[in-house]
Design a binder for this molecule. Structure first.
Ligand code: PHE
Length: 347
């Protein structure tokens, strides 16, 4: 070949520069941008064919060949470097992702039902087996159902038994007990006989301490029919206590007062913490109060649409947190709703 064409010199310089740069590259992305720069559509090697007219006619074939050669060399260099970089990355990730198959497995955290949901279901289950069905009513109640229809008119002194959360809407409150479900279920079932349990959350405007919460669960029991007697009530509640606390549990029924039952009573079970010897839990008495109950007041029957001359019934209401506190020796009712996972995980 006579004198070197400027195009060949340009290609030679280019090849050298490209190869020097290539050798220093460390990542796939650097390599890709190198490739666009030197082998992309607008790269010099690619454009050289269009520029062949710049060269003397007898040199053009050789220049074309040389350009192809440069292109192939750069491509081969690129592929090789890519392989090197990929290998290095693989080594790196193998090192950082070492797997020790002898390590003990990690047990995944499993959710569970809240302790009070469990106890609520247990109590409902016992009553289900005794022929009761579950009936749910709302936690946001009217003053009418929570008090008035239960024979507790406005300003009646017995309202002091239920410190109430009022809403900004006149006459709308948070239920202070599950008893409003009495009239609600009577109006729903009328004129059929009723055998229901009403479980759910209640709210009271209390000063909180170890035995007072502003929210807690109750379960209400209601039976309405012909010839329902105090003896039926006693038999039902004693049977419940046996199924709940063991068949040898001793119970007693004392007189009590509620405006919506007449006569009213309270039921105690013997203290199973101390075996009724007397301890701090039963305050030395040997007995634990578990529920309030009584024969449904004639006025309440009437409000539910049942003629008190023909129908009678009994009702009972119990606190569900108290059941758990006694059974699991929980010393503070506030633990149930403060959502401390260390407490909840124990059940
Ligand atoms: N609702 C009463 C309370 O919260 C308990 C009760 C229910 C008493 C049914 C008698 C009959 O204190």
């Amino acid at each position: 070949m006579s004198e070197k064409s400027p195009l060949v010199i340009e290609l030679e310089t280019l090849q050298q520069q490209a190869q020097t740069e290539l050798a220093a590259l460390k990542s796939e992305s650097e390599l890709q941008s190198w490739k666009t720069r030197y082998l992309g559509r607008s790269a010099t090697v690619m454009q050289i064919f269009k520029r062949l007219p710049e060269a003397a006619p007898e040199q053009r074939a050789a220049i074309g060949q040389f350009a192809n050669q440069v292109k192939n060399t750069l491509e081969a260099g690129f592929n090789q470097m890519m392989e090197t970089v990929r290998q290095a990355q693989l080594q790196q990730s193998l090192k950082s992702e070492q797997l020790d198959v002898t390590l003990p497995g990690r047990v995944p955290a499993r959710g569970r039902l809240h302790i009070q949901t469990q106890v609520l279901r247990e109590v409902c289950h016992i009553f289900n087996e005794m022929g009761f069905q579950v009936f749910r009513t709302d936690e946001v109640e009217s003053d009418e159902y929570n008090f008035e229809l239960l024979n507790i008119p406005a300003h009646h002194p017995s309202r002091d038994m239920w410190d109430t959360f009022y809403t900004t809407k006149e006459g709308v409150i948070l239920r202070t007990h599950t008893s409003p479900g009495q009239v609600r279920s009577m109006r729903a079932f009328n004129p059929d006989p009723i055998r229901v349990v009403l479980p759910g959350m209640c709210y009271r405007y209390e000063q909180m301490d170890a035995s007072h919460e502003i929210q807690f669960n109750q379960i209400e029991v209601l039976v309405v029919g012909k010839d329902i007697t105090f003896a039926n009530m006693k038999g039902t509640l004693v049977e419940f206590a046996k199924r709940m606390y063991g068949k040898d549990v001793r119970t007693r029924i004392r007189p009590g007062y509620f405006p919506f039952t007449e006569p009213s009573a309270e039921m105690d079970v013997e203290c199973f913490v101390c075996g009724s010897k007397g301890c701090p839990v039963c305050k030395g008495s040997g007995w634990l109060e578990i529920l309030g109950c009584g024969m449904v007041h004639p006025i309440v029957l009437q409000n539910g649409g049942y003629d008190p001359e023909i129908y009678s019934g009994f009702a009972a209401g119990m606190g569900v947190e108290r059941i758990s506190m006694l059974r699991y020796h929980v010393d503070d009712i506030r633990r149930f709703w403060e959502n401390d996972i260390r407490f909840l995980e124990q059940f």
